[in-house]
Design a protein around this ligand. Structure first.
Ligand code: GLV
Ligand code: MN
Ligand code: MN
Length: 412
């Protein structure tokens, strides 16, 4: 089957969506339920409707756009990704899987294919942890990995609950109705940029993702004692930021000590109180993000850091409180979908490499309710979560080709 991908139209749509941002170009910032997010949703929904798809939102703002198959009752084949973007992000993360997924559907429609099973395009409410401090809130709810009651109480930094925010955004149904039944999707496939350098370095156009890493995150609050930067003598200090510095270096060391490239650990937030040049820091709030494809090794790092906290606390007379936000299990891809991706690559004369995904993806949670796999395409220098994130039109087109063939083979 030869599929014509309309790269020009797809790139026009990618750029149009990138222009919908709460910060000026080239920065893309779209936090879930923000004004920019709502405009972006309206834009993609209008594209979905123009392609003849049946569009619906659920109670938390996951968007579903269905190309109804000949057997409308059979479990659908799902694809899609996210359009929310962290502050100061670029235009490809997530969006390639949404607009690329749409173009895959349109290419199949143009080719005259009429799939047996429905193909459904999904835009997850949010993949990024920006608003609620927790990645993939939409797919966590869909997959039933969190109770609807707990999800409704998730709060953003201003203390606004998911329940209040989603209602204000116009999503007023029952959150419990957003949970999908186990057989809703027969399979789920997500197209995404790699956000790493393997494909680019090895000059391989397509990655078939075999595992998604297990992420864990926490907030660490360090309480010391503040005071006058001149008057408070060094022997009397319980400087919370100095203690934090020790902890941050221990995070880096603990990840490196596993000797595995698959262990990564990051402190990305450091809020210092009171934050004055002439005041000894009395309180620091840190974020901690640890990931690995081996959950036991990741938990080993968390355990090591708990011991480090205790030692720092004793030595420096500070109190350290750890609030775990999540410690998710990794996901393994489905063998049959991986083989369908590889067959699609072969049909298109494209080299393909099996690899692991180290970033958060909604597919991590979709794997709980359906066989899942992901398709990766290269991105320049492995850069992501930055305005200069880039994937070429050719690379995107190849990804869409492979996605379209995979969807056609899965939907029958
Ligand atoms: C999201 O992109 C994440 O991996 O945290
Ligand atoms: Mn991201
Ligand atoms: Mn993403």
């Amino acid at each position: 089957m030869k599929l014509e991908i309309n790269t020009e139209q797809l790139m026009r749509e990618l750029h149009a969506l990138a222009a919908i941002s709460s910060e000026p170009a080239p920065v893309v910032t779209r936090v879930v339920y923000s004004e920019a997010d709502m405009r972006a949703r309206a834009y993609v929904k209008q594209l979905f409707a123009a392609a003849g798809l049946q569009v619906r939102d659920d109670a938390v703002g996951n968007i579903f756009a269905r190309w109804v198959g000949q057997d409308a009752e059979a479990p659908a084949v799902g694809t899609g990704s996210h359009i929310d973007a962290i502050p100061n992000a670029g235009m490809y993360d997530g969006v390639v899987g949404v607009l690329g997924g749409l173009e895959a559907v349109r290419a199949l429609q143009r080719s005259g294919v009429r799939p047996r099973r429905s193909i459904e395009l999904l835009v997850f409410a949010a993949e990024e942890p920006t608003r609620f401090g927790l990645g993939c809130p939409g797919s966590r709810i869909l997959a039933g990995t969190v109770s609807p009651e707990t999800a409704r109480q998730w709060k953003d930094a201003e203390g606004q609950s998911l329940d209040a925010l989603r209602r204000a955004a116009g999503f007023t149904g029952e959150v419990k109705d957003a949970v999908l039944p186990q057989n809703y999707y027969g399979q789920f496939v997500e197209l995404h940029i790699e956000q790493g350098k393997f494909l680019e370095q090895e000059k391989i156009p397509i990655g078939a993702v075999t595992h998604i890493a297990a992420p864990a995150s926490a907030f660490i609050t360090i309480e010391g004692a503040g005071g006058h930067a001149g008057g408070m003598l060094m022997p009397d200090r319980k400087d919370a930021l100095a203690a934090a510095a020790k902890f941050i270096l221990a995070v880096e060391a603990a990840a490196k000590a596993t000797d595995s490239m698959d262990t990564v650990a990051t402190v990305g937030i450091c809020d210092v109180f009171p934050g004055a040049i002439n005041s000894v820091p009395s309180r620091v709030k840190l974020s901690l993000d640890v990931r690995d494809i081996d959950p036991a090794r990741r938990d080993g790092v968390l355990h090591e850091l708990a011991q480090v906290s205790e030692a720092i606390s004793k030595k420096r007379g500070v109190k350290i409180h750890t609030e775990m936000l999540n410690a998710d299990a990794p996901a393994a891809s489905d063998g049959a979908i991986l083989r369908a991706i590889e067959a699609a690559c072969q049909e298109n004369g494209l080299q393909c490499r099996r690899m692991v995904a180290r970033a958060y993806h909604d597919s991590l949670f979709m794997a709980r309710i359906a066989p899942m796999a992901m398709i990766f395409i290269p991105c320049r220098d492995g850069v992501s979560h930055r305005p200069d994130e880039f994937a070429s039109p050719e690379e995107i087109t190849r990804g869409v080709q492979v996605l379209a063939h995979t969807l056609a083979s899965l939907a029958g």
